[in-house]
Design a protein around this ligand. Structure first.
Ligand code: GYE
Length: 327
């Protein structure tokens, strides 16, 4: 009951703040040029990780730089909040809607409402599983299966020619989220080439540091021999490092660690030898998103799938890259 109430309240707050942004007095709130400014409604997942914080900043900064009026709603990790925010953007008649879907499924109805209202939708960072791809104009983001494959390939290379079972534990991202599904799949498919590599435990840590720590504690208690940890993001890996150290083990040495993202804290742990390998996933999607928004608004047709460029980092490479890392 209490939970329901708080969800309803968050929804109401989102709705009212979103409405306030576009309600009366538009001249004074946005300056004299507000009429011809493109209005973009953006529904963000939340603030679960360092990646997400950098992604939010990138979107806010680049909207400003592009002269686009941004209506930003934080869904606090809840799909129902995202649906509420999207509906409020439709009511407000924003020019374009963009969002990073917390999970892949359950979007058809609200996307249809946007389409019927003639408002183009851009998927940012994460995909949806809608069969009808006309429900969105473009999807900008990483190839998460490829990221999982890169993580798996590094491990395959590490254990090439060696004998004995390698026990791997996996910290998955948010259940049902595209990066969790795809990073698991890419990794599993790749390590299948070496029968010694076995995932013995796999559980969600919801992409957060706190849950990464808690779940790793249970892994350590239930599994005496853990050789490798594969965490779907840096934050869960960093939480797990705390649990490993508290259990008297040396992260990076006693347990090899692979993560995804390459945010500053992850890169620092990598350069210190506590993480062994990081697959990069760039959160800096803002500039490209604003370009797509402008293109759509001027009647253009953006590519249906726009991929971000990414790399990988070893411990040595992290030392070189760290001083340049923006996020
Ligand atoms: O890897 C993780 C975040 O969707 C790519 O979400 C994003 C993921 C990112 O919470 O840190």
């Amino acid at each position: 009951m209490l939970k329901r109430l708080s969800v309803a309240m968050v929804g109401a707050v989102l709705l009212s703040s979103a409405l306030a942004g576009c309600g009366g007095g538009d001249d004074s709130s946005s300056g004299s040029g507000s009429d011809d400014k493109i209005v973009l409604g953006f529904s963000q997942v939340g603030a679960e990780s360092g990646w997400r914080t950098a992604n939010t900043k990138s979107i806010q900064d680049s909207a400003k730089a592009a002269g686009i009026e941004l209506k930003f709603a934080d869904a606090q990790g809840k799909q129902e909040n995202q649906i509420t925010a999207i509906r409020s953007f439709i009511t407000q008649k924003v020019d374009v809607i963009a969002f990073s879907p917390v999970v892949t499924s359950g979007w058809d109805a609200v996307l249809k409402e946007a389409k019927d209202a003639g408002i183009p939708v851009i998927l940012t960072d994460r995909s949806v599983d809608s069969q009808d791809t006309s429900l969105y104009v473009s999807f900008l983001g990483s190839d998460f299966v490829e990221e999982g494959k890169k993580a798996g390939q590094w491990l395959v290379d590490q254990y090439k020619g060696k004998t004995g079972t390698v026990n791997i534990v996996e910290l998955q991202g948010t259940t049902g989220a595209a990066p969790a599904i795809d990073r698991q799949k890419g990794f599993a498919d790749t390590i299948a080439s070496d029968p010694n590599l076995k995932v013995v435990k796999s559980q969600t840590g919801d992409f957060t540091r706190a849950q990464g720590k808690t779940v790793m504690e249970t892994f350590l208690q239930s599994t005496p021999k853990i050789d490798v940890l594969y965490a779907h993001n840096d934050d869960m890996g960093l939480g797990a490092i705390e649990a490993i150290e508290a259990a008297g083990k040396k992260p990076g040495t006693d347990i090899k660690i692979i993560t995804v993202d390459a945010v500053k804290d992850g890169m620092t742990a990598l350069s210190e030898g506590k993480i062994n390998y990081i697959v990069e996933c760039s959160p800096l999607l803002g500039p490209q998103l604003m370009d797509i928004v402008k293109q759509v608004k001027s009647g253009g047709t953006p590519e249906k799938r726009i991929l971000t460029k990414e790399t990988t980092f070893t411990q040595e490479q992290a030392k070189t890259e760290l001083p340049n890392r923006q996020y």
